[in-house]
Design a protein. Structure first.
Lengths: 1167, 625
């Protein structure tokens, strides 16, 4: 962009204010001064050959800009009075030329490849020039949405050539006509026109242009302009993800990316990541997407624990565009790009978030009197049904009943007890314990600090960040908490015109802390805790356990020892880019990464004590109960387990690319690369017990008996050759071919390498004149289609990676022989010398469009994925008598089809200063098993083939037998189910109408535990300095198999209490309750019935953020670049039918650490 | 141009860096496995392979759900484990009842495959240690026989597979006849006995005596009524109507000659071994009898019992005191005490004795216990067979020290399964009942707990890191003695039978028996029931004698015990058993609420799962399913 001064305009001087802030920045940049200097010198050393005669200085500078590849920044008036000049230089250093040009009044300073010209004598110039009447000088500052200054923004007086670019601080000054309209434009931002209206100060905030077709999207091994993208790729910016106050980044994805499903099964600090699925389930095996971070696939630790502030963008390749990742791409690819420095003055930003978490939902349990009522019903049900009514009356009135056969039944809780539980008159003998609330605090704090420093010159750019994270658990005095320290440096250096290098270093420590008893046991006991028993005695001492000493109030704390699990990651990647100087567009990139992970565990278990009371003994005062302190852990000697695993992953990559546009019409992009990856790991563990005291928690102090050590290791390797050929004609006709020739250690040598092609086509119809001229309300319309073949080399059976399945080899085991531990060798698998990766055939068609002047944008994708050669065990057809049904190796046999669609609609507008953007997105994916080597012989309606993978097989509940009369008139044979039908028993549908309820009456349903439709609704509002963003997220189509551990063994849900058949209130809908699964419809094979399957559809207010950016007039006064304060929240409100615990849960028993609702406040300070 | 060349060569170098050592690096080696070839060239590795063949024995019979719970020995306490599915007669090929991995069809064939691999490879093994090779081969033959005998006694004749299948073989295979299976097993055992002659490996491994003892068992079963088709058909219409009777037993040959074979096989064991204290000519004292039986149950695995009783065990599943992390199968300590002990000790009351078993313990004088005898019914736990006290925990029985949190309720360490007058109109629920304040969901429903196999050593505290190392007796000498006695009785050699039965009785402090004929057979059957209680015999014995309908099919008996204060007495605080203070009443009751037991004719054999029949079209389902 060339800027020519208006010939007759005059202007005031540009006076640079030296503020405290400048001083600060200068002192902070001091550290980089050397680099600046060196590179500045480099620019001035550039040799220039030039011959001009009698030209204006300005014209000469224009020439120099082209020759020396520099940019001059200056006030036009600076050059106003300079004489025309002639110059004849042959390979003269730029510095010399400039020295000749500006020997007086004008100095120059090099910033990157910018050369800023300044007056050396402000006073003098001020005297010379005075403003003319019809012009005014306007100055101001241009900032981005976050309030950060934007350098290099073009500011032009509309309709003229008068203009200027903002300086490094985003400031500009320009003399313009009083009636002028200023146009602010900058790549990646929405161009803004602002009338001057006689103002002399104009501060402008530019909106980033999210719908801009110039936007660049990260794709496999490269970037593409959005307009030329042909694959089904969705992206989200780090800024967007930052709005969710989550600890694990995977939890911020839900609802933001159509076709990407995130399901969070647990909220436990350290283990609260979501399971990410791209386009649902496509296979019978492993469905995990490939994660690529800064170009390196499969990095240890994934992306969940990256600092959101460090993330530039996240792209998801959903279709054939993933084919370039070959044998690991079948389930889609997630590309994470971390932030890098931008040239300019150093910027420091500091983020502080303080949040408070609580469970989204704690199950509502029955209280003491409700529990007592349920328990009292059970003895009655042992009598003949015709005596139930009388017996129940007796139990309630006197606590006993004698049946006509002479049998006496007694109430579990006498009427007096029930009354006392109700009236809370004696918390010692008759507590009404709420186990969850006693164990939990109201809010659990979490906080995140992040300090980021970035900046640089054209030659060297840097971004460094330092973060700290703390997350507490819900428990009072919690032993569970998560801490994280993370550090990153991303450096980019331009060695010369042809060589660019970059370096990334990431160090992170994740420290997971737990009590020695796992969350499963803790929540099992919270769910089971009987309300008639105290978790804590009224005097504050811990009450008795439910079982195994596991009283939540104690086992959630460090009273049982500790379990510390720190994981250290050191991940480095370096890149060298060499641009060929002779062939334009040819580039060689070399990339290497070394990732080291060390995971340590130290688990120190010490015996613990609880207090019991026999309800009879009192202290001498006669009123204070005597509590007995007893050892209640299931062991009495302290024990220590320590383990360490060491992982080293390396990646070496080289790529050659050629990228060029010919005749402004034909753009081609050719890339070929090769990557070699190795993964090595080692594990070691030591265990000692019989410590004589809990005082020393070191291995040496353990007893000599019953020690144990363990260890293992692995070595894995992959080699990939890949490439891309893309062509487009005027960005209208787009074609792309990508491939990978990939080899994985996991396959036998004969089938190790495979070729994975992808072809992608696009057509930007809106570029055609016939379209442009006729369809005016559509600004942009693209149709695209893709087809690709990808692989999946992740062979998992029953959760274990099946390595070396082609070798005939024996694994190690142990068995006691002669009272000693003997090493055994066992056949782990029958070898299959002949298998290979599973093949994904992924087809996608989509459209992208924007209309109404950019106000509406939408995209729609339809996909059809056919996965074949899925690696399965042929357990269905192999009889057990073969002896190998549990040793079956992977064979390429399974087939699954998966179809679905995704959509995204967005709308932005502005109404009197209120900027609104809203959107809806959704993804539907429904798979169907085509072949899985199913067990033959089942009725057609029970077959798994033809249904989604994992579809429930269940008896169809049909309400309950209301009464004995109904049982008497029942004609269906239940003898295979129970020998004794009683009122309140569950009825089943006789599916095959054979008059008998048996295994043939189960139906294969068409739903699974996983929702098949997920969606998000977003809304962003901005008014002046306030902004509000809202995300609703929902999922539907999943079913959860439900069943709590209730009865004499544990408490009932309030839901169960409210929805049950009783003698007083018989139901034909809800059956009688069971104690510990002792009815046919709660336990055993018949427990698999539809009554226990709950619909988990939900819609939730997933994320809200309200922010306020302090106006720059205010921030400048205190010398702050920008200050943003905000509050945000996660999982604020949930609407669902399930209502018992969180509908996102995959636990049927409620025995899991619930998901969190988080309220968070944050501040972002930028200098 | 030279610069271009430099660039191109640089590019080539760059491409070569990742490929520099071609793709050999993809041939990574497993770090946790050893190739089969190496295994059979090394004695220690081959031995490790054979050790694994043993591992399919699991915990032996020390599983949470015991086979005893399918019989009139025990009731399983906890609901929802598919125990009722069998005992209530509703098991079907599509609704399989609880099946232990120690006899489950697929697991047995997996174990047999491992034995087959050893049997195929050992003869050609290249390591140079012939005695070891012979021993390992002998063990493999023994183990294959053992696993086939498990299948045979639960399912009848099964497909005999004596090779290790490869991938994509034709796996469809028909069942062999019962007789073929017996012959196959006997051949393996004869082989094993030969190969193991003179070898004396450590405990837990097969030896010659074990092979002889298993042979005795298999031939005894083969001689029994259930497998004599004409007798079986007369007793069971389901068997009578079955088209493939050869799968279930012998239609030809004489049952007598089979009894002869059984007798010979049993005698071979008796001649080759000694057993524990089987040389007595008169009963020992009651106390001695009790401690002898405790010692037999402990098999040498308790500090509180005579370790030399270990000689009794001919084949056992040993346990290591050097277990590592508890609960870690297969090394973790045996949880038998936790699985089955009283809830008042924080244990789980799994397989509790039923009243019928309790009643079958004779009185000290050898007479039957009888509820109709007022002296018996008023004080049912006095003056019984010493083995009763060593096998059953009953109300008032003294047991180990209580855990400290329960000691307040019972400082004298007595089992409390009754309901006791508290002196003020209320009731104290025994701490080991289902109305207890301590983990009541783990209380016994029969009001008894099993004691046999729980280490009485107070240092072994159940549910508190003290795990016992009591071995599981797969085969013990006394079984062979009983087998011999049974064969003798069936062959009319009653003197010989009585002589050996009395040796067993004398050891336990019980008087000699003098009956003959049917009465002798009944005494023998009861003796076998009592002596081998909880040892996975009753289920098979009741079926092969075809007395299952009258025994296993009975509704579960339990006891209800109340203590009322004698006139003028004040209650013991805290409660303790005291006949001077309380009057105890014992009322036997029937439990059909938790388990409504019955016997259906088809139950003589377990069904083969529908899935297995669907996968193997040559497979014939067992009768009645």
């Amino acid at each position: 962009m060339k800027i020519n001064p208006k010939p007759n305009s005059k202007s005031l001087l540009f006076i640079m204010k030296v503020t405290l802030l400048n001083v600060l920045i200068i002192s902070l940049t001091f550290v980089f001064a050397h680099a600046v200097h060196t590179n500045g010198q480099g620019v001035l050393d550039r040799k220039v050959s030039l011959k001009v005669e009698n030209v204006k200085v300005k014209e000469l500078l224009n020439e120099l800009e082209g020759k020396a590849k520099v940019n001059f920044t200056y006030r036009p008036e600076l050059l106003k009075n300079l004489k025309r000049i002639s110059l004849d230089a042959v390979a003269a250093p730029l510095g010399d030329i400039l020295a000749q040009l500006f020997y007086e009044n004008i100095s120059y300073e090099v910033i990157g490849k910018q050369i800023v010209l300044k007056s050396t004598n402000d006073e003098k110039i001020k005297e010379v020039f005075t403003p003319i009447d019809f012009a005014i000088q306007v100055s101001g500052k241009v900032v981005d949405e976050a309030g950060l200054p934007l350098p290099g923004v073009n500011v032009i007086e509309k309709g003229t050539t008068n203009g200027v670019a903002t300086d490094a601080d985003g400031k500009f000054s320009l003399t313009v006509n009083e009636e002028a309209v200023l146009v602010f434009s900058f790549i990646g931002f929405v161009t803004q026109e602002v009338p001057v209206n006689n103002r002399t100060v104009l501060d402008v905030r530019l909106q980033s242009d999210v719908t801009s077709l110039q936007e660049v999207i990260v794709v496999g091994y490269g970037e593409q302009k959005k307009v030329t993208v042909t694959g089904s790729v969705v992206a989200v910016s780090g800024t967007e993800l930052q709005k969710s106050p989550v600890i694990d980044l995977s939890n911020s994805l839900a609802g933001r990316l159509p076709g990407v499903t995130a399901i969070q099964a647990s909220g436990e600090p350290g283990y609260d990541a979501s399971t990410i699925r791209i386009r649902g389930i496509n296979t019978l095996g492993n469905s995990n997407a490939l994660i690529v971070i800064d170009g390196i696939p499969d990095r240890d630790g994934g992306f969940g624990r990256l600092a959101p502030q460090d993330i530039e963008s996240m792209s998801v390749l959903k279709d054939a565009s993933a084919a370039i990742y070959g044998a690991r791409a079948a389930n889609g690819v997630i590309l994470i790009t971390t932030k890098r420095g931008k040239s300019g003055t150093p910027k420091i930003s500091y983020d502080y978030n303080q949040g408070w978490a609580q469970p989204t939902r704690i199950p509502d349990m029955s209280n003491a009197s409700e529990y007592a009522a349920i328990m009292n019903e059970f003895p009655v049900y042992t009598l003949p049904a015709n005596e139930w009514a009388a017996a129940w009356e007796g139990i309630q009135a006197d606590g006993t009943y004698t049946a006509s056969n002479g049998q006496t039944i007694n109430a579990i809780f006498s009427p007096e007890d029930v009354q006392k539980y109700k009236d809370h008159s004696n918390p010692w003998t008759h507590p009404d314990e709420d186990w969850f609330n006693t164990a939990f605090k109201n809010w659990s704090p979490q906080s995140r600090h992040n300090l980021q420093l970035s900046g640089g010159t054209e030659q060297v750019k840097y971004l460094a960040s330092l973060g700290y994270l703390f997350q507490d658990a819900y428990y009072k005095n919690s032993a569970t908490y998560y801490k994280q320290y993370n550090f990153r440096i991303n450096l980019d250096a331009k060695v010369n015109k042809y060589i660019n290098t970059s370096l990334g270093i990431m160090a992170r420590e994740e420290v997971r802390n737990f009590p020695t008893v796992g969350a499963g046991a803790i929540f099992r006991m919270l769910m089971r805790g009987r309300p008639t028993e105290p978790e804590v005695w009224p005097n504050g001492l811990p009450g008795p356990d439910i079982e195994n000493g596991e009283n939540p109030i104690v086992i959630t704390t460090n009273q049982t020892g500790y379990h510390r699990n720190p994981t250290d990651y050191l991940q480095t990647n370096g890149k060298l880019e060499i641009t060929n100087p002779w062939i334009d567009g040819l580039k060689l990139t070399m990339l290497g990464a070394i990732d080291k992970t060390i995971n340590r565990t130290k688990r120190w278990e010490t015996p613990w004590y609880l207090y019991t009371w026999d309800k009879a003994s009192y202290e001498p005062d006669g009123v204070t109960p005597t509590l007995q302190r007893s050892l209640r852990s299931t062991f009495s000697d302290p024990r220590l387990t320590q383990s360490e695993s060491n992982v080293l992953n390396t990646n070496l990559t080289a790529m050659l690319s050629y990228d060029r546009t010919f005749a402004n019409e034909h753009t081609i992009n050719i890339m070929a690369g090769i990557t070699r990856e190795e993964f090595e790991g080692e594990y070691f563990q030591a265990y000692r017990r019989n410590f004589i005291s809990p005082a020393i928690d070191q291995l040496f102090a353990g007893g000599s008996l019953q020690m144990n050590t363990d260890g293992s290791g692995y070595k894995r390797a992959r080699l990939g050759n890949y490439g891309r050929v893309a062509y487009n004609f005027k960005e209208t006709y787009l074609a792309e071919f990508i491939w990978r020739y990939d080899g994985s250690y996991i396959f036998p040598e004969s089938g190790r390498f495979g070729f994975f092609p992808g072809i992608l086509l696009g057509y930007n119809i809106s570029n055609e004149s016939f379209f442009r001229n006729n369809v005016t309300f559509i600004d942009f319309l693209k149709i695209r289609a893709s087809y690709g073949q990808m692989g999946n080399d992740q062979v998992f059976f029953r959760g274990g990676l099946q390595e070396y399945a082609f070798l005939s080899a024996y694994g190690f085991g142990q068995y006691p022989i002669g009272g000693q531990v003997a090493t055994t060798l066992r056949e782990t698998r029958v070898a299959n010398p002949d298998f290979t990766w599973e093949t994904a055939n992924n087809m996608n068609v989509g459209i992208d469009a924007t209309g109404l002047g950019g106000k509406i944008d939408l995209s729609f994708d339809y996909f059809y994925n056919k996965r074949t050669d899925i690696l399965i065990q042929k357990t269905g057809s192999t009889p057990s008598s073969s002896g190998i049904s549990s040793l079956l190796p992977p064979v390429n046999a399974g087939k699954v089809d998966n179809k679905g669609f995704e959509f995204k609609v967005g709308y932005n507008t502005e109404i009197s200063g209120l900027k609104i953007s809203a959107g809806v997105n959704g993804g539907y994916a429904q798979n169907k098993v085509i072949f899985m080597d199913e067990i033959p012989g089942a009725p057609e309606y029970q077959r798994e083939e033809g249904k989604p993978y994992g579809a429930y097989l269940a008896y169809q509940s049909d309400g309950a037998f209301l009464s004995q009369e109904e049982i008497a008139s029942n004609t269906i044979d239940y003898s295979a189910v129970t020998s004794n039908l009683r009122p309140g028993d569950m009825k089943f549908k006789d599916l095959n109408d054979d008059g008998v309820i048996d295994a043939d009456d189960q139906l294969r349903m068409d739903k699974t535990i996983t929702p098949n439709f997920t969606y998000g609704i977003t809304m962003n509002l901005q008014y002046r300095n306030f902004d509000l963003s809202v995300l609703f997220q929902g999922a539907s189509g999943g079913l959860l198999r439900f069943g709590t551990e209730s009865g004499d063994i544990g408490n009932y849900l309030k839901y169960s209490y409210d929805h049950r058949w009783t003698i007083d209130n018989p139901s034909s809908t809800y059956p009688r309750l069971a104690t510990r699964g002792d009815t046919y419809y709660t336990g055993g094979n018949y427990g698999n019935n539809t009554f226990n399957l709950f619909n988990t559809n939900y819609l939730r207010l997933k994320n809200v953020e309200l922010g306020y950016n302090l106006p720059s007039t205010l921030t400048e006064k205190v010398s702050i670049g920008a200050l943003r304060v905000y509050v945000n929240a996660l999982n604020l409100v949930t609407w669902d039918k399930f209502k018992i615990w969180d509908p996102e849960s995959v636990s049927g028993s409620g025995q899991y650490y619930p998901q969190a609702r988080v309220i968070n406040t944050g501040v972002r300070l930028t200098f | 141009m030279t610069k271009i060349k430099i660039f191109i060569s640089l590019a080539l170098v760059a491409i070569l860096i990742p490929t520099s050592c071609n793709d050999d690096f993809l041939n990574t080696k497993p770090q946790d496995r050893i190739s089969s070839d190496i295994t059979w060239s090394d004695g220690a590795l081959s031995q490790a392979f054979v050790f694994n063949v043993y591992s399919y024995l699991g915990y032996g019979g020390f599983e949470e759900q015991m086979l005893a719970a399918y019989t009139d020995e025990a009731m399983f306490t906890h609901a929802g484990r598919n125990i009722n599915t069998l005992t209530e007669g509703s098991e079907s090929p599509s609704n399989i009842a609880w099946t232990s991995a120690t006899y489950e069809w697929g697991n047995m064939y997996l174990a047999i495959r491992q034995a087959n691999i050893a049997i195929e490879n050992l003869p050609d093994a290249t390591f140079e240690n012939e005695p070891l090779k012979e021993q390992l081969l002998g063990e493999a033959h023994f183990m294959r026989a053992y696993y086939y005998h498990q299948l045979l006694r639960f399912y009848g004749g099964v497909p005999l597979i004596d090779k290790a299948y490869g991938l994509d073989d034709d796996y469809s295979v028909a069942r062999n006849s019962f007789e073929d299976c017996v012959n196959f097993i006997i051949a393996d055992l004869d082989n094993a006995a030969d190969l193991l002659e003179g070898k004396n490996p450590e405990r837990g491994r097969a030896n010659r005596l074990a092979a002889l003892a298993l042979k005795s068992r298999v031939l005894l079963y083969a001689a029994s009524d259930l497998h004599d088709i004409s007798t079986a058909s007369a007793n069971s219409t389901v068997i009578a109507d079955f088209a493939n009777k050869e799968l279930l037993g012998y239609s030809s040959g004489s049952q007598t000659s089979r009894w002869e074979a059984a007798k010979t096989a049993a005698k071979a064991v008796l001649d080759a071994g000694t057993g524990y204290k089987l040389n007595l000519s008169a009963p020992v004292t009651s106390d001695e009898g009790r401690s002898n039986y405790v010692a037999l149950s402990m098999g040498g695995g308790s500090a509180a019992a005579d370790a030399s009783a270990n000689v009794e065990l001919l084949f056992e599943r040993t346990h290591t005191p050097l277990y590592t992390v508890e609960n870690n199968w297969p090394l973790g300590g045996i949880h038998f005490g936790i699985n089955n002990g009283p809830n008042g000790y924080h244990n789980w009351a799994g397989n509790t004795p039923v009243q019928q078993l309790v009643d079958d313990y004779e009185m000290m004088d050898g007479s039957k216990f009888d509820w109709n005898n007022p002296a018996h019914s008023a004080d049912p736990y006095s003056n019984r067979d010493p083995r009763f006290y060593a096998s059953i925990l009953y109300d008032g029985a003294t047991w180990k020290p209580r855990p400290s949190d329960v000691a307040q309720l019972d400082p004298v360490n007595q089992i409390q399964t009754g309901y006791y007058d508290n002196g003020s109109g209320g009731i104290i629920n025994g701490v080991d009942t289902r109305q207890s304040a301590v983990e009541n969901w783990n209380g016994s429903r029969t009001h008894y707990y099993v004691r046999k196999f729980i280490d009485p050593d107070p240092a072994v505290v159940e549910n508190q890191s003290g795990y016992q190392v009591v071995p599981w007796p797969f085969l013990r000498y006394t079984e062979a003695v009983l087998n011999y006695a049974e064969a003798c009785i069936e062959l009319g050699e009653e003197d010989e039978a009585r002589t050996w039965l009395n040796k067993i009785r004398f050891r336990s402090g019980m008087p000699a028996i003098a009956e003959s004929g049917v009465a002798l057979r009944d005494r023998y059957r009861n003796e076998r029931r009592i002596e081998l209680a909880y040892e996975e015999h009753r289920y098979h014995d009741a079926r092969r004698w075809m007395i299952a309908a009258a025994t296993l099919g009975r509704p579960i008996g339990e006891i209800h015990i109340e203590a009322t204060l004698k006139a003028g007495q004040s209650p013991r605080v805290p409660y303790r058993h005291d006949k001077t203070v309380y009057d105890y009443t014992y009322v036997p009751q029937v439990n059909t609420d938790n388990e409504s037991r019955t016997w259906v004719d088809k139950m003589y054999y377990r069904p083969i799962s529908r899935n297995e029949v669907s996968r193997n079209d040559k497979l014939i389902q067992n009768p009645g399913y």
